[in-house]
Design a protein around this ligand. Structure first.
Ligand code: NAD
Length: 351
């Protein structure tokens, strides 16, 4: 006998809510029960798309056929809406960042425990192929001992001119993009303690919230990780740069342009110095081609629909949830350490 479809309702049908609407349509076993947005224009938009539209959040919660709620509103509203949904007997997926502080997150976790409802977060960038490819290079020791990882996203348009510019709605780039990059790094370095955090922030286009940051994370095994989000970068640095004792990997962009360059054979003995305008150097002279090996990236493929497939199986008790609350809580504490470090202009002890 085939299983009954699971029914999901979307709260907040803005840019991301609509992305979920389209994704849900492509997932077997998941049916969109309806949507609710506080703005009439978005309600109208949903009607045009032939979606069932709830007149209020309360009406959505009262629909007994709804198993699961996706919360895709501005960040400050995730907590009250998620807690209300769990109390109404709905399982909940919250958009990222889950909320604005560890204390708020604890209230959400408590609500999940009290109600027995599943609660997880849409950390969708765990399925990004650039990340999965770098993770494979790291896990399979393809560069020897990794001592430095740099993860960056760069744009040049400042912060989008909506609630993301306002502190009370949970704006700023640490909470917006930082949450993805930090989640990725903590998973990649799973099992290794993060000892120290030092961060600086930029306020180039906006004084109310950070429009970029650079965080240096020092792990217990000696690996240093740089995580950076920039929105005034008219020339982008590579998305990923990883240095190991035997080679370097670079991924330039989301299309996985990049390569691995490793040492091959004996080290050069008679290095020809490079002559610069004001001197000469052997140390920084480029390698001879016969002493290095260039390899293509071991590109990893993914399917973002696996996020919802896992949520459905976890609700049915058939699989462990992938995005776990202790992981989400650790990333939240790390974002708080980044804010604290930038404010105090000093390194923060983390674990
Ligand atoms: P948005 O402004 O386009 O959409 C938010 C929507 O929520 C708006 O339509 C707004 O009217 C609605 N809303 C506000 N208050 C509401 C309420 N009380 N009840 C119902 N609806 C309400 O913003 P967005 O870009 O779609 O971002 C929404 C969420 O998704 C944010 O938390 C953001 O961080 C997240 N997001 C995640 C990703 C990702 O890749 N995971 C990407 C973009 C945005």
């Amino acid at each position: 006998m085939s299983q009954k479809d699971m029914r999901i309702a979307i709260v907040g049908l803005g840019g991301m809510g609509d992305w979920h609407r389209q994704l849900i349509e492509s997932i077997d076993g998941l049916t969109l029960a309806g949507t609710y947005d506080i703005r009439e224009e978005r309600q109208e938009y949903a009607r045009e798309k032939k979606v069932n539209v709830y007149d209020s959040f309360e009406e959505l919660l009262a629909d007994k056929s709804v198993d699961l709620c996706l919360i895709a509103t501005p960040n400050d509203l995730h907590k009250p809406l998620a807690i209300a949904a769990m109390k109404a007997g709905k399982n909940v997926v919250s958009e990222k960042p889950v909320t604005l502080s560890s204390a708020d997150l604890q209230e959400m976790i408590d609500a999940s425990k009290e109600t027995g409802m599943l609660f997880t977060v849409h950390q969708n960038r765990r399925w990004d192929e650039d990340y999965l490819t770098m993770k494979k290079i790291y896990e399979e020791n393809m560069l020897g001992e990794v001592f430095r990882i740099e993860s960056r996203v760069h744009g040049s348009r400042g912060i989008p001119g909506d609630w993301r510019q306002e502190k009370e709605h949970g704006g700023g780039m640490v909470l917006d993009w930082g949450v993805h990059l930090l989640d990725q790094i903590l998973l990649m370095m799973e099992g290794v303690k993060l000892k120290k955090v030092y961060a600086t922030m930029t306020y180039v286009t906006n004084q109310l919230v950070d429009d970029g940051f650079t965080a240096s994370l020092l792990f217990a095994n000696g690996t240093e990780v740089i995580v950076e989000v920039g929105t005034s970068n008219f020339v982008n640095l590579p998305r990923w740069y990883m240095l190991g004792s035997n080679g370097t990997a670079v991924i330039e962009d989301w299309n996985l342009k990049g390569e691995i360059v490793s040492a091959k054979g004996q080290n050069e003995k008679d290095v020809v110095p490079v002559i610069t305008a004001a001197g000469l150097t052997k140390t920084m002279a480029p390698r001879r081609e016969d002493t290095i090996a260039k390899a293509e990236l071991p590109a990893v493929k993914s399917d973002i629909r696996d996020f919802y497939r896992n949520v459905m199986k976890a609700i049915r008790g058939e699989e462990e949830i992938i995005v776990k609350l202790p992981e989400v809580a650790r990333v939240m504490r790390l974002m708080e350490a980044i804010f604290e470090s930038a404010e105090k202009k000093q390194a923060i002890d983390f674990e």
